[in-house]
Design a protein around this ligand. Structure first.
Ligand code: ADP
Length: 482
């Protein structure tokens, strides 16, 4: 690949048990900018997948015997190699995913931060002693790696969704098999190349590609896998969770969202507007914590609308490799179709689109950011995840009313609100049915804080000191001295 300085990062084979594995059947991967083929990846068959799982199982025995400190030293090397290759990894991500280069590099650093964090957290996997109920007993717990892990990850964060799962798994002493999204496998394979260079032993970190349904079945149903982690849509999460039930796997699910962003009348307007633009249009609106619904207090609605649309009008749509680009191409035409369905439904029910004045002619995967007003709760766009650059502005008058409307969804991932009233901060934050709440900010994700949803947005927490728990099992020891 011409655009990379380190051509070893461009891998078109799977990484299994420390080897680069191919298959006769291939899948072409395209650049969302112009649909040109970037390269091909293997479409593995079931036998190859089962072998990968068996080898990961065998490899784990040695890895879990190492001390947490020695695993941390290896993981630290992986972190440093990713940091050192941030330019190439960022370009590779932009090529296959479309996001602006500065965002892609930001994601690589974010992805690396999970490895740094969990390398350290692995050293703090403490058991405990428990006061006994019978005099001669001594009670304690130890924590052990849960076993072979599998993960299926999405295209919107091709690096971070992998390291957020793989780093705690590896730090805990587990092995992991990752199936990245078929749209964005090259970032995942580049991470595997660096894992290899870092000295992660064969079989501990594996990347497989192929038919999603076929591979998904093996990764959720194989008896040698103890833990399954998924980031993606609620719809697919339900299927995979059902598949995991047959072998009672521990599951972590990071699923869809429908984030409300509430601006109260006493908010710092400029801060709210700037945060609104960031929280809505990052990655072209294609993130699960992106705002789906803006609830703006009636008294400040017009001012917010004017300032917000003025900022949105400045956003430039284009190729993510151009430094001026704010919004790259959407990932697939299918994604655009489902967004357009929501748009048509909203417009047919009375929503109005504010024209920004700098619209490009929409073509291929390039679409304009859009701002809708006169939006109400009868429209599908209020209830379904938009996953694209459409902002819906909705009026509200009363705090209780807006909390009730914000919570009126099957989702509960992120929520945001803006106010300067400290009493309201706690009142509203406690009542929002959401795993994460941004208060006077639209940027909440980092490696030290727990990421995860409630309701049908998922199960479990990633990142933070909680993030390693899912990869450990607690064993209770009862010793009788008598
Ligand atoms: P998104 O809308 O973000 O693409 P999906 O849930 O469709 O979310 O996809 C997330 C990941 O799940 C991707 O890696 C995709 O290939 C995979 N996937 C989609 N459908 C299935 C399925 N039926 N079984 C296993 N994996 C699937």
């Amino acid at each position: 690949m011409k655009l990379l300085t380190n051509s070893a990062l461009f891998r078109q084979s799977c990484y299994i048990n420390g080897l680069w594995v191919d298959s006769a059947k291939k899948i072409a991967v395209t650049n969302p900018v112009d649909q040109t083929v970037l390269g091909n990846i293997p479409s593995l068959n079931i036998t190859q997948v089962d072998e990968a799982i068996e080898q990961a199982h065998l490899a784990m025995a040695g890895w879990q015997q190492q001390t947490a400190k020695s695993r941390a030293i290896i993981l630290r090397r992986w972190f440093e190699l990713i940091e050192a290759n941030v330019d190439d990894l960022g370009r590779l991500m932009t090529l296959e995913q479309g996001k602006p280069l500065h965002e892609a590099k930001g994601e690589i650093r974010y992805a690396a931060s999970f490895i740094e964090w969990f390398a350290e957290e692995g050293k703090r996997v403490y058991g405990e002693t428990i006061p006994q109920t019978v005099g001669s007993n001594r009670l304690s717990t130890i924590k052990q790696p849960i076993g072979v892990c599998s993960a299926i990850t999405p295209w919107n964060f091709p690096a971070a969704m992998i390291t957020r799962k793989a780093a705690p798994a590896l730090a805990a002493g587990c092995s992991i098999i990752i199936k990245p999204a078929t749209e964005t496998p090259f970032t995942a394979l580049a991470l595997a190349q660096l894992a290899d260079e870092a000295g992660i032993p064969a079989g501990i970190f594996n990347v497989i590609t192929g038919d999603s349904t076929l591979l998904g079945e093996r990764l959720t149903k194989h008896a040698l896998i103890s833990k399954f982690s998924f980031t993606g849509s609620t719809q697919v999460g339900r299927i995979l969770s059902e598949q995991c039930a047959s072998t009672i796997k521990k599951t972590s699910l990071e699923l869809g969202g429908n984030a409300p962003f509430i601006v109260f009348a006493d908010a710092d307007m400029d801060k709210a507007v700037n945060s609104a633009v960031q929280a809505k249009f990052r990655n072209g609106g294609q993130t699960c914590v992106c705002v789906n619904r803006f609830y703006i207090h009636d008294a400040i609605f017009d001012e917010f609308q004017t300032k917000f649309t003025a900022e949105v009008a400045k956003l430039k749509v284009g190729n993510g490799l151009d430094v001026e680009t704010d919004i790259g191409p959407m990932i697939t035409s299918k994604a655009i179709d489902s967004m357009n369905k929501l748009l048509v439904d909203a417009l047919s029910k009375g929503a109005r689109r504010i024209m920004l004045g700098n619209e490009i002619e929409e073509h291929d995967h390039f679409i304009n950011p859009k701002v809708l007003v006169d939006v109400d709760d009868s429209m599908d766009i209020v209830h379904e995840e938009i996953f694209g650059p459409i902002a819906t502005l909705i009026r509200f008058k009363d705090e209780n009313e807006v909390i009730q409307r914000a919570n009126n969804t099957i989702y509960g991932l992120a929520a945001y609100f803006f106010t300067q009233d400290v009493n309201r901060v706690y009142r509203v934050a406690e009542k929002l049915q959401s795993g994460m709440v941004g208060i006077n900010t639209g940027m909440i994700s980092n490696e030290v804080a727990p990421f995860g949803g409630v309701k049908q947005s998922g199960l479990g927490k990633e990142g933070s000191h909680y993030g390693i728990d899912d990869y450990l099992s607690v064993k209770y020891l009862c010793l009788d001295l008598g």
